[in-house]
Ligand binder design. Sequence first.
Ligand code: DC
Length: 230
Amino acid sequence: MTALVAGVPVIAIDGPSGAGKGTVSRAVARALGWTLLDSGALYRLVAYAGRADGVDLADEPALARIAQALDIRFESTEAGGEVVRLRDRDVTREIRTERAGSDASRVAALPMVRRALLDRQRRFARLPGLVADGRDMGSVVFPDAAVKIFLTASAEERARRRHKQLKEQGITANLAALSLEIAERDRRDATRAASPLVQSADAIVIDTSVMAVDAVVERILGIARERLKF
Ligand code: DC
């Protein structure tokens, strides 16, 4: 199981929606020149492909088949942006909407879907190292990760950040509705039977509520340097 990642250092960054995992993980990966696994994007893509195929988001076997055969590509633009392709189509924006996040949370609760994505996630581990962003990176996908971080922030701060992020993307959202949506997603992600969002006993908790992104990134790089001796 862990043979796939043997010899490849992994920094697992888990935590609830809106804690800043995406931004922080990307910055840590860039600073180290390591590969980035955005595991949430995989669940978003399964749900998106399911809807495109007219599949009911509770149809576990059908969604697991979609997850298994998922034809996706993660590309980066010269400007440092990211492009996500599903079956050759650019779906970067479509998979970032609140609806896509909520759909992802539903399909992520299905054990067959999680199992179907397991090896695909582990295959992201390649030298010189991997930064893995998600909910179960340190607990299930990369239990031997050299560094496990649990990134969190208060629910109000997470809703506020999400609101700002969506606004910057030109997506209109209501802050109160967003707070409710985040609370519901937290509840579903933390209470599901299959790989719920948990804080691994060996994870280092960083509360980002009042920390700037740069400070969080520096803290994680410091922990990684200490653990991995580079
Ligand atoms: O990180 P994100 O918002 O893109 O994730 C979307 C949903 O996918 C989130 O509500 C929970 C789920 N998810 C998961 O269950 N396990 C992961 N490793 C990553 C995401």
